[in-house]
Unconditional design. Sequence first.
Length: 68
Amino acid sequence: MSVYGYLKYNLHNHPAVFMAFAFGLTMPVMLLGIYPYRREAGYKRPVDVPRSFPLPLRAREPLSGYDD
């Protein structure tokens, strides 16, 4: 049985395992190829999401009403 025949057999009889194996082999190649291509195409990373709310630069006013 040739390599092509074995791959074809697995594709028809075990498609989930075959595709998982195929994705596993292509991911390192994609990681090495996608990021340089994105930089070359002019992609810029979006601004990071703020992790805290900015505090105002003024004195805090005491609350009036809604007293417990």
